[in-house]
Design a protein around this ligand. Structure first.
Ligand code: SAM
Length: 172
């Protein structure tokens, strides 16, 4: 089981990025996202996508991040904090993959220092600055070794019929 914890979200400026963190998490195989802020707009847009496109992705806002991390660990899970300053993903991903429960923490502008100590792994994707969306996407892809890319969403109301030209969809 893989879930994402989004911290540092500022409703007045991070809505789009946080929504995309959630959509990337869903599309790339995570079970859900905890949001350490209150933002009904983000919750609704992710729920709307899940309702239409299928799957069981959960989105929970107003989560206390410290509590979320502690509960995850108490449940036997491992916590991975994505930060450009961390250990190289390529060096630790094999070890992380051995764990059944993985919580991936991504920040916004400034991450509280305490997170580094609470995390079991501080992991950098490339050791270059980029974004929470790209680092999460790459981490999830490597974690599942590409297995999530052709996943099916059997209960979907709408599906895409992949095609070279045009926009073909199948509605249930
Ligand atoms: N400079 C900020 C800090 O003090 O951590 C990070 C800002 S960055 C725009 C927002 C988030 O993107 C970070 O909290 C981290 O989760 C993620 N991120 C950015 N680059 C990353 C990288 N190379 N590897 C892993 N995560 C990264």
């Amino acid at each position: 089981e893989v879930a994402v914890l989004r911290i540092g979200h500022r409703p007045e400026r991070d809505q789009r990025v946080t929504t995309h963190v959630g959509l990337a998490a869903r599309a790339l195989g995570a079970r859900g996202m905890y949001l350490a802020a209150r933002d009904p707009g983000v919750v609704k847009s992710i729920q709307d996508v899940t309702d239409r496109w299928g799957g069981e992705f959960f989105i929970e806002d107003e989560v206390k991040w410290r509590r979320c991390i502690e509960d995850w660990k108490a449940d036997g899970g491992v916590v991975v904090h994505l930060t450009m300053y961390g250990l190289r993903m390529t060096d630790v991903i094999g070890e992380v993959r051995e764990h059944a429960k993985v919580l991936i923490v991504v920040g916004a502008e400034k991450v509280p220092g305490e997170i580094y100590a609470l995390a079991d792994y501080n992991v950098s994707v490339t050791t270059q600055p980029h974004s929470e969306i790209s680092s999460l996407a790459l981490f999830l892809d490597h974690l599942s070794e590409g297995q999530e890319l052709d996943r099916e969403y059997p209960d979907a109301a709408i599906r895409i019929k992949p095609s070279q030209i045009g926009k073909k969809t199948i509605e249930r």
